[in-house]
Design a protein around this ligand. Sequence first.
Ligand code: DON
Length: 319
Amino acid sequence: SEIEQAVSTGALPPGPDIDAFLAQACKHAARHHEGAVADYIPVLAAADPEAFGLCVADVDGGLHEHGDTRVCFSIQSISKAFVYALLCDALGHERVLEVVGVNNTGLAFNSVIAIELNDGHPMNPMVNAGALATTALMAGDSADRLWANVRDGLSRFAGRALEVDDEVYRSEAATNQRNQAIARLLESYGRITRDPLEVVDVYTRQCALSVDARDLAVMGATLADGGVNPVTGERVVSAEVCRDTLAALAANGLYERSGEWLAEIGLPGKSGVAGGLVTVAPGKTGIGAYAPRLDPAGNSVRGQIATAYLSRALGLNIF
Ligand code: DON
């Protein structure tokens, strides 16, 4: 594949110097200009297609950064991974598996037909249907309480109070009729039992939370560290929940390209349409990448190539 080719032609730097590996991974990935910045959420089209940041956060709290690691972007679908973890922690994994599922759809992240083909089951927490079902199950009897729980939980993963990018929120809220339709469809199957449009609104806010590559690395490192944020020292979720979340990411984190990703990188990861990508090396590190040009499935092209490089250079592949 394109990624395999890109990785195999990149020369590894000598010595185990992680900063040199990061620089080399970025240099190697920056040769790639394919892919396109998302524009179905209008404001995302304004992103700088050349922005590129890569950060590694170790489970001992060490941070390594290269490039635009402090440039903010909306977390988008990457939020799904962490809301899923919070829900598993609150409800227990048996119940969440039953209601949300964990099998890949083989179809696009915003597929409606996948729901119909599966008798109204949302299938997995990383596609929009499953993410809406996940957010709907979070605690909070009012929309405000629901939102506060989602935001606080994601902030604990990041180790700081995350804020919504209002421009992104408004842009998506004005154009998210498809997600509204998905939520209504799930309601019709009894899969969402609270106000579906409130759920879509909270989900849209959760996707509009502003992060940088360093935040993603720390969030990933929290999953790598068995649920303890290695920077703040706070336990966010249990170790069992991390295991369940990483399995869901391995199966579904890069949508219909999840198999290809796992074959190349060998680590659980999650992408977002703003160009973010988080990857988890269990027991070792979280990797946060930001590069807005996406492959046809909605995954950062340079983020995947740089992460593949790091996975090989640092021997992170879990298989
Ligand atoms: O619901 C949506 O369409 C967006 N808020 C998130 C989609 C997304 O990030 C897909 N990812 N690669």
